[in-house]
Design a protein around this ligand. Structure first.
Ligand SMILES: [Zn+2]
Length: 354
């Protein structure tokens, strides 16, 4: 893979996006879309028996076997770029920022195996994006259980491969992301201007979430609220003002229940230990996507954190729904706000020349 730019050289990572021609509809960028890298799945299946980590039901060998089978299907929406582009055309999406949920799937691994998995993910992502460079931009991945190698992989993904940022899991084997030992990673991401996409997989204490997909529907928004609360309360956002964090799924529960956190900030000194402002203030320091499937909640999120922090997302190919129409047909969002959400905010964050 050719060296495209050095770490920190933001100008070198600009991606040229094709002109919109005569189309009257607005340009649309989908910031939450997943691909599957076959090499990563193969490595996970090879090494998973080494794991002492308690694998949850959503990451067990049967799930992995299904993933591997799908990856070999020539028409898989997860792996075939041509099938994907045809779907994007149907959905009215001009460009996807693609990522892989690899940090969740590989959270149990260490050392050389972990490095091989992240490298397979990042090289695979760069190769996938190269199939349609005008339709895809890629996000790499890091595993934060070993901070030094995670920083090296971030530099490789962004600096060498020209990917637009990296994905990380919302916790590190149950530890929260605001803990001091992770600060060198946040510092380097801020220095590089590399957005970090925080995406959950299930919940770390899922005992009461075993049925009805509750690990996903209830557990993941809780994970997101905890990850944001940790980064805010431990002072990470205060310490690294240039850090760019993209929270999946509208930031989980926190933006919709922030009154409780703000009230505690006023009342209890414990909550003010490391920060100078209330939680709603720091909420405007994150970026969010609209994978929340509810127009009123999306409109509320835009009011709460401003449209230049909210970006259209679909969760393709897990869901194929009218993610664009939810924004474009809103009666509450202004034309300017819709443009921000549909593409302008993403173009700025991911340095796309639109
Ligand atoms: Zn997702």
């Amino acid at each position: 893979m050719a060296v495209k730019n050095k770490p920190g050289d933001r100008t070198g990572t600009k991606t040229k996006v094709p002109a919109r021609g005569r189309s009257r509809r607005p340009f649309v960028i989908d910031v939450h879309a997943h691909v599957r890298i076959e090499g990563v799945i193969d490595l996970v299946r090879k090494y998973i028996s080494e794991s002492k980590h308690d694998l949850r039901s959503w990451n067990d060998t049967a799930v992995l076997a299904r993933m591997a089978k799908d990856a070999k299907n020539p028409k898989s929406k997860h792996t075939n770029p041509h099938v994907r582009v045809a779907d994007m055309d149907k959905m009215g999406v001009d460009m996807q920022i693609v990522s892989m949920g690899m940090p969740g799937t590989c959270s149990w691994t260490n050392g050389r195996t972990a490095r091989a998995m992240t490298r397979a993910c990042n090289d695979g992502m760069a190769a996938f994006v190269a199939t349609y460079p005008d339709r895809f931009a890629g996000i790499g991945a890091v595993l934060l259980q070993e901070v030094g190698p995670a920083i090296k992989e971030l530099e490789y993904a962004v600096g060498t491969l020209g990917l637009k940022g990296v994905t990380a899991l919302t916790n590190v084997r149950g530890e929260d992301l605001g803990e001091k030992k992770y600060w060198p990673f946040w510092q380097r991401a801020a220095e590089l201007g590399a957005p970090v996409f925080l995406h959950p997989l299930g919940f770390t204490q899922p005992d009461r979430m075993q049925k009805f997909l509750l690990f996903n529907t209830i557990g993941q928004p809780l994970e997101e609220a905890l990850a944001m609360s940790s980064l805010i309360h431990e002072g990470v956002l205060e310490r690294f003002p240039k850090l760019q964090i993209h929270m999946a799924h509208g930031g989980g529960y926190l933006p919709y229940y922030s009154g409780r956190s703000d009230s505690a900030y006023e009342r209890d000194t414990e909550t003010r230990k490391n920060i100078k402002h209330n939680i709603s203030y720091y909420m405007r320091r994150f970026w969010y996507d609209t994978v929340i499937f509810d127009r009123r909640m999306t409109e509320y999120l835009v009011e709460k954190v401003v449209a230049n922090r909210v970006m259209m997302g679909s969760d393709y190919p897990w869901r194929q729904w009218d993610a664009v129409g939810m924004i474009s047909r809103s009666r509450r969002l202004s034309k300017a706000a819709k443009e921000q959400v549909l593409w302008k905010t993403a173009a700025r964050l991911f340095r796309l020349s639109v």
